[in-house]
Write a protein that binds this ligand. Structure first.
Ligand SMILES: [Zn+2]
Length: 317
């Protein structure tokens, strides 16, 4: 496992090096100031007590900032994934850094080893970070590939659909747009016509061409829903006819399976969607030109519940 090639995991053109990280976030204070700045640039925000905007200054030894006029406190971590944690903020940031520097995933063991937090804490940190990575993508463009696959269970690495009694495998349905290359991947309770068609209708524009294999449950995407539906006959050993193929979505599946099989070893069905969200988040930003870590940092405040500045609470840190 240690032989896994690191170079395959680091996106080449979107480097945010560990030196960059250490310089920008040398300690907890730097991380806290970053969250403050992201939410309230220059510490300027409405003070609930004064009723007007004031600059807020750091309160020594607390994760609070105080209004420079009346002293009322605001808590930049309120409503974020860090709010109730007793773990060092820098450890959280470092875990996000690791999450952003891989294509294959990061094991909780690694952050445990590198920072000394317990395995349970490490696992919980990643679970929280994954909540930042779930998003509601609607596909665009004229061409979309759709496919389903099976993750988990004992027959790892085998292709094809499991027999009816292979309950350990979870069905995952995916669709990827060819132009922008964004993906949607969802755990489904089976590759039924109802599920496959439902996902197509929800995520794929009606005027799109949908490419699938010959699996019967896809039938009717054209005559029921009006898509231009083109199918490739995998069972006859044919994988590409002109632009009719599902190679893009299959590439994504192999990324997910390599990660879940190689890094996470196995993922319970209960959390599978959060792992799919993790892979999709990175996949959908692979050409953004912005370091993945920076995209993740943006999610901290984009997803934070708006805190009430006068909320009377103590953070645990
Ligand atoms: Zn005030």
């Amino acid at each position: 496992m240690a032989k896994r090639k690191k170079t395959n995991c680091i996106p080449g053109n979107e480097k945010y090096t560990i030196q960059d990280f250490n310089t920008e976030f040398p300690n907890d204070d730097a991380c806290l100031s970053f969250v403050l700045e992201s939410r309230w640039p220059d510490g300027r925000t409405m003070c609930i007590k004064c009723g007007v905007e004031h600059k807020h200054y750091r309160v020594t030894g607390r994760t609070a900032f105080a209004c420079d006029h009346c002293g009322n406190h605001i808590y930049p971590l309120a409503g974020t994934i860090f709010e109730k944690s007793t773990t060092s903020l820098r450890t959280w940031f470092y875990a996000m850094y690791l999450m952003g520097s891989t294509r294959c995933g990061v094991s909780a063991k690694q952050i445990q080893r590198e920072t000394g937090v317990t395995y349970k804490t490490a696992w919980r940190i990643f679970k929280q970070i994954r909540t930042l990575m779930s998003e509601d993508v609607r596909l665009e463009g004229s061409a979309v590939e759709m496919d389903e696959t099976y993750v988990g269970g004992t027959r790892r690495g085998t292709r094809g659909r499991p027999s009816g009694n292979d309950k350990q495998k979870a069905c995952v349905v995916g669709a990827v747009e060819r132009e922008k290359g964004r993906v949607v991947a969802l755990v489904a309770d089976g590759a039924t016509r109802e599920n496959l068609h439902g996902i197509a209708k929800e995520y794929v524009l009606p005027e799109s061409i949908i490419y699938t294999d010959e699996y019967p449950a896809y039938r009717g995407l054209d005559w029921i829903h009006g898509y231009d539906h083109r199918r490739i006959n995998h069972s006859q050993g044919i994988y590409v006819v002109g632009d009719i193929h599902t190679n893009t979505i299959e590439g994504f599946w192999s990324l997910v399976k390599r990660g879940i099989g190689g890094v996470y070893h196995s993922v319970s069905r209960k959390y599978l969607q959060t792992y799919l969200d993790e892979y999709s988040f990175r996949y959908n930003r692979r050409n953004s030109g912005q370091p993945m870590f920076v995209s993740l940092l943006e999610q901290i405040y984009e997803r934070a519940e708006q805190p009430h500045a006068s909320r009377d609470h103590e953070t645990l840190s």
